[in-house]
Design a protein around this ligand. Structure first.
Ligand SMILES: [Zn+2]
Length: 346
């Protein structure tokens, strides 16, 4: 198994600046308010990933009880979120969280975030002896394609047989508007496993989707039925440095395990357990994250009440300067908040 490390944090650019803006306090209060609903929900009986009775290490994360499953190591809220959680009357849908981008900004996001994902994938497979023409002949299906950034990268790279699925009709509309005619994005209300079962493909992609699935066991059981050599390329949030920081500095909004959008995160052991269950071989992983950015944000936000502007700016600047090196250290020690993984069916 091959492991690659790190990616400059500069690549995530404007998105990270947004996080330091004045909306931060409001976001924190909203997270705390919404996650109170979890305290009224019933406890889970079974682990959502391995389906064993849920026992293991219990801990409290920003006021919410969590369990790391003793069987598969998956981290999940002790409470089973109620249907529709975290949707509130005053809450905005996904497509409103990500407003439509002008074509230039759309392309910029592809170049910074999605093109590197594709480049890494193609490089790893080339090293495995799977060349471009073989990949050209395969059907690609992206689960949770959003506004179609990765679909666009695929189309630009010359891949023809591509389809994407998403639950958000507005995002699907945007994906279809931004990609060439031979790329199809479709709105679906089906579960992930049903989407896989009704759309045979050689390559499945799922970036930051699995952590929103309430029954991962059934999804990985579905993957188990796929033909040998099927490729699964996915990314998931991990229990790592950001999770620890979010709990240690619990007066600021969380980005990783926020108790709202995310009520479960993977561990390296739970990723391995899931792939074993599906009879997939982990071929390669790319270890990078945004933990160092959280690290800087939490420290600067904590010092805001104690330091005058000049000292705060100086200290913040010094931290920003070492951000990439710090992240590299977290990555090399497998503490980063996410994994990109390429797995192949045995
Ligand atoms: Zn488990």
């Amino acid at each position: 198994m091959r492991t690659d490390y790190s990616k400059p944090l500069g690549d995530i650019g404007p998105e990270s600046l947004d996080r330091l803006s004045g909306t931060a306090d409001k976001k924190y209060l909203q997270q705390m308010q919404i996650s109170r609903d979890l305290q009224e929900a019933e406890p889970r009986q079974f682990c959502l990933l391995c389906q064993h009775p849920l026992k293991g290490s219990r801990f409290i994360h920003r006021g919410v009880d969590y369990v790391r499953c003793g069987q598969c190591s998956h981290v999940q809220s002790l409470a089973l979120p109620l249907d529709g959680y975290p949707h509130h009357d005053d809450q905005v849908p996904f497509h409103a969280v990500y407003p439509p981008l002008e074509p230039a900004a759309y392309q910029d996001r592809i170049d910074r975030i999605y093109k590197p994902k594709l480049d890494w994938f193609l490089q790893v497979l080339a090293d495995e002896g799977i060349n471009n023409s073989e990949l050209q002949s395969k059907k690609w299906v992206e689960l949770g394609c959003g506004a179609g950034y990765f679909l666009s990268s695929l189309a630009t790279e010359g891949f023809k047989n591509i389809a994407g699925f998403d639950m958000d009709a507005e995002l699907v509309k945007r994906a279809n508007a931004m990609t060439p005619d031979h790329v199809t994005a479709m709105q679906t209300a089906d579960s992930l496993q049903d989407t896989v079962s009704s759309n045979p493909a050689g390559i499945y992609i799922a970036f930051f989707v699995l952590e929103h699935v309430a029954d991962l066991y059934s999804f990985f059981q579905q993957l188990r039925k796929l033909p040998s050599k099927t490729i699964f390329y996915f990314s998931v949030p991990m229990f790592g440095m950001s999770c620890m920081l979010e709990n240690a500095f619990n007066g600021f909004y969380a980005r990783n395990l926020d108790n709202v959008v995310h009520t479960q995160v993977f561990t390296e052991k739970s990723v391995g357990y899931a792939l074993d269950m599906a009879e997939f071989e982990l071929v390669s992983q790319w270890v990078f994250g945004q933990d160092a950015e959280d690290f800087c944000r939490f420290i600067v936000s904590s010092l805001r009440d104690f330091y005058p502007d000049d000292l705060l700016e100086e200290s913040g600047g010094a931290l920003l300067k070492i951000q990439d090196k710090l992240q590299n250290l977290f990555d090399l020690n497998h503490l980063s908040d996410q994994r990109h993984i390429i797995a192949v069916k045995r």
